[in-house]
Each structure stands twice: as structure tokens, then as C-alpha cells.
Write a protein that binds this ligand. Structure first.
Ligand SMILES: Nc1ncnc2c1ncn2[C@@H]1O[C@H](COP(=O)(O)OP(=O)(O)OP(=O)(O)O)[C@@H](O)[C@H]1O
Ligand SMILES: [Mg+2]
Length: 256
């Protein structure tokens, strides 16, 4: 996966992972010629909605279809199964303006169908390989990424609001990712969201060892877009939040 940069956004529920992801996708997809894959790992398909896409098929739908067939006793060898999954995964890719989107769907019980799950993970990895940048909007835990999507990411981006709880969850995810090697990553850092003043950022610096990649202020425009059900890709270039997210991407060398 040498030419593909994978980043995953994780953090406590409701802190702004999807909003930040959507702004990132908007910024990343601007540069022509780069293939961007957004992976929505939230069962509620929040990223798809934030990007204005409707998901017709999720990875979990594919998985369940296959398991149903296996249970019916339809014989399929591993190669035929892989080929079929490959095809169905391509069908599940939604096209946006300058990016593609894949939704993972509902959490699954991994126990029984290891063969199918492992194949799917392999096929997602092969698919990711065909893109230049893969952005994963994750669920709260970091294991989920490892278990359901991929074990190796380049940038593990933790997102938190300024609450002690949010920062605590980010710190915990960082520990799990590091100590248990739950995810192999090259760089890891924190984006603070819904910041009210810079003093909050300075205070949080004393409570986390994480590198702070950047921060996004509490933004009435994000609130307003959400209130009206407008997609965040429509955020104007003058938006401070968009600028703040661009700063993070620059720091990660993803805009050059
Ligand atoms: N900087 C901001 N200023 C104002 N409101 C914000 C900001 N960032 C996010 N929000 C609001 O916070 C809410 C939660 O944001 P979002 O859905 O992005 O969080 P999430 O971490 O993806 O949540 P979940 O864990 O449920 O997937 C949304 O209603 C969004 O409009
Ligand atoms: Mg979300």
C-alpha cells in the first residue's frame, strides 16, 4: 500500500468526526487527478449524508448476502467468492464530486464467518490500494477499524470536543492503539472541535500528551448547515472551519 495514504478519524460519539471528515473530503477532492476514497464506518451512514450521497449497498449487505448463500449450501470456492465480493464491492462504491464512498454498514458479529470477513477485509484493502488517499470516518473505538476495515493506517486522527470526557476518550484510544498495537500507524494526533477560545486549547495541552494537529472553533455555519440539512461540501471557502481543517491536512502533507 505504498502509494496510498490512509487516515482514520476516531473519537467519542458526537464530537464532530463526521463533520471534520466531510470537510476533509471536500478539501482533498479539490485537487484534480487524485483518487479519494471516503469510507463511512458508522452504521448510521453519517458521512454519506454529510457528503450528500445515498448509500444503496453497504459492505455488511454484501457480507450478509454471501453468508445467506453459504447457509443455503451454494458451493463456491474461495476464488469464486473473492471474485464475487470484488464485483459487489465495486457496485457498492458511490461516486461523489471528485471522490468515491464506501459504507461499511452495521457492526457485525465476527465470530462465525471468519472466511467471509477476512476476505472482505482483504478486498477492502485491495480496493484501497487503487486510491491515493483513503479517509475513514470511524466509530468510537479504534479496534473497530482494525477489526472491520484495516489494521494499518498512516495517520490516526483523534477528534474531540473540548470536554474532559472527549479528551479522555481520545487519550484512551491513543493508549489502546499504541499499547496493544490495535492499529499500526505512522502518525497520530488530535483535532479539537467546537473550541470557544484558544485558552481552552492551551488548557487541554496540559492534559494530553497528544500532538494537537489543529482546532476548529464552535461554528454557527456548521450548525446552520446541519439544521437545514445542507451537505457540508457546500461550506464556503471563507469558512474558518474549512481553513482550520485545511491547516491540519497541510500539516499531514496531504494538500501539496
Ligand atoms: N465546529 C462545530 N461547531 C458547531 N457545531 C458543530 C461543530 N462540529 C460539529 N458540530 C455539530 O455537532 C453534531 C455532531 O457532529 P458530528 O455528527 O460530526 O459528530 P460525530 O463525532 O460524527 O458523531 P457520531 O459519533 O454520532 O458519528 C452535529 O450536529 C454538528 O452539526
Ligand atoms: Mg459520525
Amino acid at each position: 500500500m505504498d502509494n496510498t495514504t490512509i487516515m482514520a478519524l476516531c473519537g467519542k460519539g458526537g464530537v464532530g468526526k463526521t463533520s471534520v471528515s466531510a470537510l476533509m473530503v471536500k478539501l482533498l477532492s479539490r485537487k484534480n487527478g487524485r483518487r479519494i476514497l471516503a469510507i463511512d464506518a458508522d452504521p448510521a451512514v453519517g458521512l454519506a449524508t454529510a457528503l450528500g450521497l445515498t448509500v444503496r449497498k453497504t459492505v455488511d449487505d454484501i457480507r450478509r448476502g454471501l453468508i445467506t448463500d453459504i447457509q443455503k449450501g451454494t458451493p463456491e470456492d474461495k476464488r469464486a467468492m473473492a471474485k464475487r465480493l470484488d464485483y459487489e464491492l465495486l457496485e457498492a462504491l458511490e461516486s461523489g464530486d471528485g471522490f468515491s464512498l464506501l459504507a461499511i454498514g452495521r457492526s457485525e458479529d465476527e465470530g462465525c464467518f471468519c472466511k467471509v470477513n477476512n476476505l472482505l477485509k482483504q478486498i477492502i484493502a485491495d480496493l484501497a490500494d487503487k486510491f491515493d488517499i483513503v479517509l475513514i470516518d470511524g466509530e468510537a473505538g479504534v479496534e473497530q477499524i482494525n477489526r472491520r476495515v484495516m489494521k494499518t493506517v498512516d495517520h490516526l486522527v483523534l477528534v474531540s470536543d473540548t470536554s474532559a470526557k472527549g479528551v479522555g476518550v481520545a487519550n484512551t484510544i491513543a493508549h489502546v492503539a499504541t499499547d496493544n498495537r490495535a492499529v499500526n500507524f505512522t502518525s497520530m494526533g488530535l483535532i479539537l472541535n467546537r473550541v470557544r477560545n484558544v485558552d481552552e486549547v492551551n488548557d487541554i495541552r496540559t492534559r494530553t500528551a497528544l500532538d494537537i494537529y489543529g482546532w476548529v472553533f464552535e461554528d454557527d455555519l456548521i450548525h446552520d448547515f446541519d439544521f437545514k440539512g445542507k451537505t457540508l461540501t457546500g461550506m464556503p471557502d471563507t469558512s474558518l472551519s474549512l481553513g482550520a481543517v485545511a491547516g491540519v491536512l497541510e500539516k499531514l502533507n496531504l494538500l501539496s
